[in-house]
Design a protein around this ligand. Structure first.
Ligand SMILES: [Zn+2]
Length: 486
C-alpha cells in the first residue's frame, strides 16, 4: 500500500458498507496481510499480534486463577486417535490437513495437523487419571489450529490456521462437569464483556449444530452492526462415548471403576480480535479498550524542532511508568499523523507544539469519545489515569447499546422475515431443538438465509401450552433465537 493511500484513511462509512469498511481497516491499519502464498493462510502483523498477546494474557490469567494448568501439546495427532470417536471423526475429517511423510519416508500412519485437540489430550488423560483424587483435572493450552475450510478467507474471522486457547477438563460427576460449563460461560463474560467490552448472548445450540462429539454445546454469539452474529467461545459437555473410547477411567471412593466426565472450551483469540475490530471500530478506524491496546499513548511533535523534541522526550519518560507510549518522529504532516493514530485506535494522543510549550499546556485527544481538549501540563498524569479508567467502560456502554431492542418477538414467517431483514435477532416458538426440528431449521436456512442459534439458559421458562412452531405450526417445545450469521 502506498503512503498516499494510507494517508487517506478509511474512505467508507461503517454503516454504509460494513464489509468494505472491514477490508479497508485490516489493510490500512496493517493488521493482517493476506498475500501469503498458500490459500487460506495469512500473516498476522504486529498491530494485531501485540493486542492478541495481551488478550492471551488476560484469558490465561483468569483460567489459571480458576485452577486450569497450561500445557504445550504436539501439533500432530495420529489418525488412530481421531478414529476413536465416530461423530468427532466424521465432523472433523473433511477439514483435516494430513502429514503423510517425513523427508522421503512415508509414515505408516498419517498424522493430522490438529483441527482441535480433544483426541490428543484424552490420549494422555487415560494415562494420568487413576483415582478420584486425580480429579478434577483442568488443563489448557494456547495453540494454533488448522482446518481446511473451503469458504472464502476473511482475516481473523475465517482462515485455515487460527490462534486460540482450548481447555480440556475431566470430572468425577456429570454435575461437576456441568458446573465447569457454567464457569466457562462466566469466564467469557468476565473477559470478553467486562474486560474487552464485547456484548454477547450464550445459546445452547440445537441438536443439529452441536460440536462433533459433544452431548451439549453452548456458544456465545456476538451481534455485528450489520445484524449478523459471529460465534465466539463455545463450551461443551463431551459425550460419554468419548470417555469410554479413550478409556478415561478412575477408581471412585466406593472402589468402583467409573468413566470421567469431560468438558472443553475454546476461546479463539484471533476470532475474538475480529469482534474487537468490528464492535469498537468507527468511521475513522480502530478503537481499543485500554488494556488490550497495542499502544496506549502516542505523542505527536507538531514540528521537528529541538525544543519540541526535548519536551516530548520528557513527557514520554513520565508516561512510560504507567502506560505504553511512543513518539511519532515520522516525516508526515501533523494532520497525517493525527489520522494515522486515530486509525490505529490508540486511546490517547498528545500533540505538542510551540504554543503548548509556551503556555505550559498540552493538546490531548482521546479515541474513545473522539474529544480533543487542552490541559495544563501539570495535570497530564491525572488525565491519563482518568482516560485509562473510562476508555473501556465507554466502549462497553456503546457496544451494549447495539444489543438493545435488537431482539424481536415474532409470531409468524412474515414477522420473522422482517425482523431478520431489519438486522435483528428473532425470538420465536419452535417445534423442537432435537433431531425432529431439523426440517424446520432447514426451512429457516433456505427461505431466510438464517440459522436457529438455539435456546437460552439464562431465561425464565415460558409456558408453551397452545404455542405453535413458527415454521410448521405443530406444537412448540422450545423458544428459539434465529439470526443471520457469518
Ligand atoms: Zn416446526
Amino acid at each position: 500500500m502506498s503512503k498516499k493511500e494510507e494517508a487517506k484513511g478509511i474512505t467508507i462509512k461503517k454503516s454504509e458498507d460494513f464489509s468494505e469498511w472491514y477490508t479497508q481497516i485490516i489493510q490500512k491499519a496493517e493488521l493482517a496481510d493476506i498475500r501469503y502464498n498458500i490459500k487460506g493462510f495469512l500473516v498476522f502483523q504486529p498491530w494485531s499480534v501485540m493486542s492478541m498477546e495481551k488478550m492471551y494474557h488476560d484469558l490465561e490469567k483468569v483460567l489459571q486463577r480458576k485452577g486450569h494448568r497450561p500445557y504445550f501439546y504436539p501439533t500432530l495427532i495420529p489418525e488412530s486417535n481421531l478414529k476413536k470417536e465416530a461423530s468427532h471423526l466424521s465432523g472433523f475429517t473433511p477439514e483435516v490437513f494430513w502429514v503423510t511423510q517425513g523427508g522421503n519416508k512415508k509414515f505408516e500412519e498419517k498424522y493430522a495437523l490438529r483441527p482441535t485437540s480433544e483426541t490428543a489430550f484424552y490420549q494422555m488423560f487415560s494415562l494420568w487419571i487413576r483415582g478420584y483424587r486425580d480429579l478434577p483435572l483442568k488443563t489448557y493450552q494456547r495453540a494454533n489450529i488448522f482446518r481446511y475450510d473451503t469458504k472464502a478467507t476473511r482475516p481473523f474471522l475465517r482462515s485455515r490456521e487460527f490462534h486460540w486457547i482450548e481447555t480440556h477438563c475431566a470430572f468425577r460427576s456429570e454435575e461437576d462437569a456441568f458446573n465447569q460449563v457454567k464457569e466457562d460461560m462466566e469466564t467469557t463474560k468476565e473477559v470478553l464483556h467486562d474486560m474487552w467490552g464485547l456484548p454477547f448472548i450464550f445459546f445452547e445450540r440445537p441438536a443439529w449444530d452441536k460440536f462433533p462429539g459433544a452431548s451439549r454445546t453452548f456458544a456465545a454469539d456476538v451481534l455485528n452492526p450489520d445484524g449478523k452474529v459471529i460465534q465466539q467461545p463455545s463450551t461443551h459437555m463431551i459425550s460419554p462415548h468419548f470417555s469410554k473410547a479413550f478409556n478415561i477411567k478412575f477408581k471412585d471412593n466406593d472402589d468402583k471403576d467409573k468413566n470421567a466426565y469431560l468438558t472443553c472450551y475454546g476461546p479463539a483469540v484471533s476470532r475474538i480480535f475480529a469482534s474487537v475490530i468490528i464492535i469498537h471500530g468507527d468511521d475513522k478506524g480502530l478503537r481499543f479498550p485500554w488494556e488490550i491496546a497495542p499502544l496506549q499513548v502516542a505523542i505527536v511533535p507538531i514540528k521537528d524542532d529541538l525544543m519540541i523534541n526535548k519536551k516530548v522526550e520528557a513527557i514520554k519518560k513520565k508516561i512510560e511508568k504507567v502506560a505504553s507510549v511512543e513518539i511519532d518522529y515520522t516525516e508526515k504532516s501533523a494532520g497525517e499523523k493525527f489520522n494515522h493514530w486515530e486509525m490505529k485506535g490508540v486511546p490517547i494522543r498528545i500533540d505538542v507544539g510551540f504554543n503548548d510549550i509556551k503556555n505550559k499546556k498540552l493538546t490531548v485527544f482521546r479515541r474513545d469519545t473522539n474529544q480533543k481538549q487542552t490541559i495544563s501540563e501539570l495535570s497530564l498524569m491525572s488525565y491519563i489515569n482518568k482516560v485509562s479508567k473510562e476508555c473501556t467502560k465507554n466502549l462497553t456502554k456503546e457496544a451494549d447499546r447495539l444489543f438493545e431492542n435488537k431482539i424481536k418477538d415474532v409470531k409468524n414467517v412474515t414477522e420473522l422475515k422482517s425482523a431478520l431483514d431489519g438486522g435483528n435477532i428473532a425470538r420465536c416458538m419452535f417445534c423442537s431443538v432435537d433431531k425432529e426440528g431439523t426440517k424446520c431449521a432447514e426451512v429457516v436456512e433456505k427461505k431466510f438465509g438464517a440459522e436457529v442459534r438455539g435456546t437460552r439458559l439464562d431465561e425464565k421458562k415460558v409456558n408453551l401450552t397452545n404455542s405453535k412452531c413458527v415454521i410448521c405450526g405443530k406444537n412448540a417445545t422450545a423458544v428459539v433465537y434465529v439470526a443471520k450469521s457469518y
